[in-house]
Ligand binder design. Structure first.
Ligand SMILES: Nc1ncnc2c1ncn2[C@@H]1O[C@H](COP(=O)(O)OP(=O)(O)O)[C@@H](O)[C@H]1O
Ligand SMILES: [Mg+2]
Length: 258
């Protein structure tokens, strides 16, 4: 279970970032009083455009960023006060943390396995299972730098799951994957859900949210614009698909910003 209570994250901007953002303000509110709960046995999808605050929110859950306001618990553990315990229970996938280019998927898998306190036998069992499932075996000994982006993504996913985590936090998990591999990944997330794990993903792909997620939170400019099952969102917005619903909400929430 993940519980987010009024999470706010404000970044202090450097002069260079202020220029990039074309702003005179030296603060950037990336997430604004976000509250949500992701439960065991469900896939929660944080859906939003680029810059909405998805990665920031997920990094706060994963203890990599400290909230400016509000708090988050994972299985009852506070992500700031009990960050060590939180890190043990989560598997986190992000496109920002890259695997070391000099090492192989097999080496990285073992490295993170030992970091999580697994013995060699347990690591081998997990590797067997995950490398088979994600078809990593053929390139398990190649250097990461020699792999295609799809292969890297698969290796990152396997590594993030080495310790069989109860809570899975995946930031844009199908990013850069072909449709077959993407399906492979989303099927695995469903498997994890059906085992009763808590899964939260971010995505900007409407169809992925529609087909994969049990509940969807639409985030625009750091604000949770709406949340519910697909059916609930379509009912509340009186639209016929998620894309239409999204644009209805975008009209409202983008105006408020100005
Ligand atoms: N380290 C940072 N410093 C300053 N601003 C940041 C930083 N990381 C993200 N931002 C800004 O915060 C906002 C939300 O970013 P992000 O969480 O990455 O959104 P998303 O993942 O939905 O695309 C964006 O405007 C982004 O430019
Ligand atoms: Mg992102």
């Amino acid at each position: 279970m993940i519980q987010i209570n009024e999470l706010t994250k404000v970044y202090k901007l450097t002069k260079k970032q202020m220029m990039e953002h074309k702003t005179k303000k030296n603060m950037m509110k990336a997430v604004d009083k976000l509250s949500l709960t992701a439960k065991p046995g469900e896939i929660y999808g944080l859906l939003g455009p680029n810059g909405a605050g998805k990665t920031t929110a997920l990094r706060c859950i994963a203890t990599l960023l400290k909230p400016t306001g509000g708090d988050i618990t994972v299985k009852g553990y506070d992500t700031v006060k009990d960050s060590e315990k939180v890190r043990k229970t989560i598997g986190f996938l992000t496109n920002e943390i890259k695997l070391d280019p000099q090492f192989s998927p097999k080496y990285m898998f073992g490295f993170f396995g030992r970091l999580h306190g697994l013995n060699e036998k347990a690591i081998e069992e997990r590797r067997e299972k995950l490398f088979n499932y994600f078809d990593i075996k053929d390139f398990e000994d190649k250097k990461i730098e020699e792999l295609s982006s799809g292969m890297k993504q698969k290796a990152s996913i396997a590594v993030s799951l080495v310790h069989n985590p109860d809570v899975i936090i995946f930031d844009e998990p199908t990013n850069g994957l072909d449709i077959i591999t993407a399906r492979n990944v989303t099927d695995y997330l469903k498997l994890l859900r059906d085992e009763g794990r808590t899964v939260i993903i971010s995505t900007h792909i409407m169809t992925e949210a529609e087909k994969l997620c049990d509940r969807i939170g639409i985030i625009i400019n750091g604000v949770l614009a709406m949340e519910g099952t697909l059916k609930e969102i379509l009912e509340q917005t009186q639209t016929k698909d998620l894309e239409d619903a999204f644009f209805e909400l975008f009209k409202i929430h983008n105006k408020e910003e100005e």
